[in-house]
Write a protein that binds this ligand. Structure first.
Ligand SMILES: Nc1ncnc2c1ncn2[C@@H]1O[C@H](COP(=O)(O)OP(=O)(O)OP(=O)(O)O)[C@@H](O)[C@H]1O
Ligand SMILES: [Mg+2]
Length: 131
């Protein structure tokens, strides 16, 4: 059980906790981690800037995996971070999503952010929400 753990990350300090938990879980379960960053198609920053940033976020997770001897694959996707996560999980054949309740916006007075909320609502596989 739980052989492919999907970790959506925006590079925030909250996401870092989810990345760490996913990696230590994967180590114990002899599973692999798939780190995913979605470049929001609705944002109007230059694509190259967002691509560079996304690659850096994913390479940080990769480095953490190497330190722990865990295989971390990555996916940089252009789309809608709120609504595409279930599709991404199914396509990557993940069997668990590990994600933080908050991200870059980090409004802790809210129960969780919108990406966490929508993913929890739409996911067809178990979601482990990290706080
Ligand atoms: N573009 C993204 N790609 C991948 N994962 C993401 C992306 N945006 C957020 N996440 C992940 O979703 C989780 C929750 O973040 P979320 O964006 O829901 O909260 P927030 O930034 O505090 O609030 P909001 O974005 O609704 O203003 C975090 O683990 C974060 O890494
Ligand atoms: Mg966010």
């Amino acid at each position: 059980m739980f052989k492919k753990i999907l970790v959506p990350t925006d590079g925030s300090k909250y996401a870092a906790k989810a990345e760490d938990l996913a990696i230590s879980l994967a180590k114990k379960l002899d599973a692999e981690v798939i780190a995913v960053h979605v470049i929001d198609e609705k944002l109007i920053y230059p694509y190259e800037v967002m691509e560079d940033e996304g690659n850096e976020i994913l390479s940080n997770v990769h480095t953490k995996g190497v330190k722990e001897g865990v295989v971390v694959k990555d996916a940089l996707i252009f789309g809608d971070p709120r609504h595409d996560m279930n599709k991404i999980a199914l396509k990557s054949e993940a069997d668990l999503i590990v994600m933080a309740s908050h991200g870059r916006t980090g409004l802790e007075r809210l129960l969780m952010g919108s990406v966490a909320d929508t993913t929890l609502k739409t996911s067809e596989i178990p979601v482990l929400l990290v706080k």
